[in-house]
Structures are given as C-alpha cells and as structure tokens.
Ligand binder design. Sequence first.
Ligand code: HEM
Ligand code: HEM
Length: 244
Amino acid sequence: MSAVALAYAALLIFSAAMLVIGVALKIRLYLRTPAPLKIPTTPAPKTRRGVALRMAREVVFFESLFRSSKWTWLFGWTFHAALFVVLLRHVRYFQQPVWEPVVMVQAVGAYAGFAMVAGLAGLWARRWLVDRVRYISTPSDHLHLVLLLAIGASGLAMRFFNHTDIVAVKTFTLGLLRLELNPLPLDGPLLIHLALVALLMAIFPISKLMHAPGLFFSPTRNQADNAREKRHLAPWAAGLERRT
Ligand code: HEM
Ligand code: HEM
C-alpha cells in the first residue's frame, strides 16, 4: 500500500475528528451561553411555531439577506444551494447501497459544481469590487472563499477533464469508515481536492463557517416576540428574584 494512501487516510480521519469534536464542543458552548435579554429582530413571530417557520425560511431562502442585498443574495444563495446538492451527490462515496434520493440527485446535480463555483466567484468579486465590503474584508474572508473555490475547481477538473478512478475512490472512502486502508488513485486533482477538503474540515469549528450551526442559536432569530405576554427571565435573574 502506498505511503500516500496511508497519509491521506490519516489526514482525513484526523480532520473529520476535528470537525465532529470541534463542532460538538462549540455547540455545547453555544448552549451554555446565557441569553439574558429578549432581543428578537422585529417584526418577529409571536409563537414558537412562527419562529420555527421564520427560521426555516431563513435557512432555505436566506430571507433576511434577500431583503438587505439582492446581489449578495443571488451569489450567496446560489453557492449554498449548489453546495448542498454537491454534498448530497458525494454521499454516494460513503454508502453501499446508495440511498434512492442520492441516486436521483446524481443526474440533476451533475452541473451543480459550476453553480457553486459561479456563486463563490460572485461573492469573491463582491469583496474586491464593492468599496465598503473591501474595506471590512479580512484575509480570512478571502481565504475561505479561495479554499472553497479551489475545492470546487479541483472537483470539476476531475469530473470533466482529468477523470479519476471513482470506483477506487469509493473503495478508499468506504474503507475509511471501517478504519481499513485501500489504494488511493494518485491523480493530482484528487490529491489536491482531498487535501483541501481535510483543511476545510479541520478549520470549520474555529472559523466563520460555524455560522451554519450558529444561526440556530442566535437569540435575534430563535426568540419569539412575546415579552408582553410572558416575562423573560435569565436563569440567574430568576434566582435573584426569588431571594428578594
Ligand atoms: C445551515 C446552513 C447554512 C446557512 C443557513 C448559511 C447562510 C449563510 C448566509 C446567510 C451568509 C451571509 C452572506 C452575507 O451576508 O455575506 C453566508 C455566508 C457564507 N457561507 Fe453559509 N450558510 C450555511 C452553511 C454553510 C456551509 C456548510 C459553508 C461551507 C462549508 C458555508 C460557507 C459560507 C461562506 C464562505 C460565506 C461567506 C461568503 C462571503 O464571503 O460573502 N455556509 N452563509
Ligand atoms: C472526503 C470527501 C470527498 C471526496 C472523497 C470527494 C471526491 C470527489 C470526486 C472523486 C469527485 C469527482 C466526481 C466525478 O468524477 O464524477 C468530486 C467532485 C467534486 N467535489 Fe468532492 N470530494 C469530497 C468532498 C468534497 C467537499 C467537502 C466539497 C465541497 C465543499 C466537494 C466539492 C466537489 C465538487 C464541486 C465537485 C465537482 C462536481 C461534482 O462532481 O459534483 N467535495 N469529489
């Protein structure tokens, strides 16, 4: 077995562990962070059901971004929706047999990679071309977009120009799930793709990509506007009130 396959197996397992453990620790921190104030962004729903509906619209359609900037919405939504389809298509590398929905999305989503890269290119252009956005953009903002662009470009290179042996790739990834080592095709785009994916997984919990789970813990989004009907008390304040 090649040393490269061993190194990639170790790298992917290590970075996947960083992703899972890192995200779990961050979520535990979010769960423990006090939200002492009632601060939903108004106009806000008055019931929990309404909050769940608004949250769903936010996650699926990026409703508030649509209201604030149509261009950012167009590129941002295109990128995220395409990423979702691309990731769903990738599930086939980790299952045998493959789920019916994942099989169905293969043909429909064959070109999702282009939409993902186009969305990212638009978001990156925005960071250079819009003066006030360029002014507040940090190297980290640029690097996230460059990393995702490079993952998309290396994926598309494999799919359309420099084909790799995807049956061997699947044997390798299925093996990883059982901590079993199988040969990995030694193709440039595949090795670049997987190294960048490992980097993405490793930095995920310590980067702004945590906005994905973080959204669900944002008090401005997950609180109902019911301060007049129901008194909002942080647990520590409830304790104080009992004593006085
Ligand atoms: C629940 C899932 C997710 C939701 C609802 C979500 C939503 C959003 C929204 C609303 C923005 C703001 C756009 C802006 O105002 O500039 C954004 C930005 C971004 N998202 Fe997500 N996201 C999710 C998951 C992800 C994932 C899994 C990734 C990548 C692995 C990702 C990568 C990015 C990047 C790189 C940006 C910054 C774009 C820029 O530079 O302008 N997102 N996301
Ligand atoms: C261990 C995880 C991953 C493996 C083994 C993997 C492997 C592959 C392979 C073999 C291809 C070529 C498909 C073909 O020739 O038909 C590909 C394409 C692609 N990959 Fe990945 N990939 C992984 C993770 C990711 C992630 C996390 C992203 C996005 C952030 C991504 C984005 C893409 C894109 C955009 C394409 C081209 C379009 C498509 O086939 O859907 N990959 N990947």
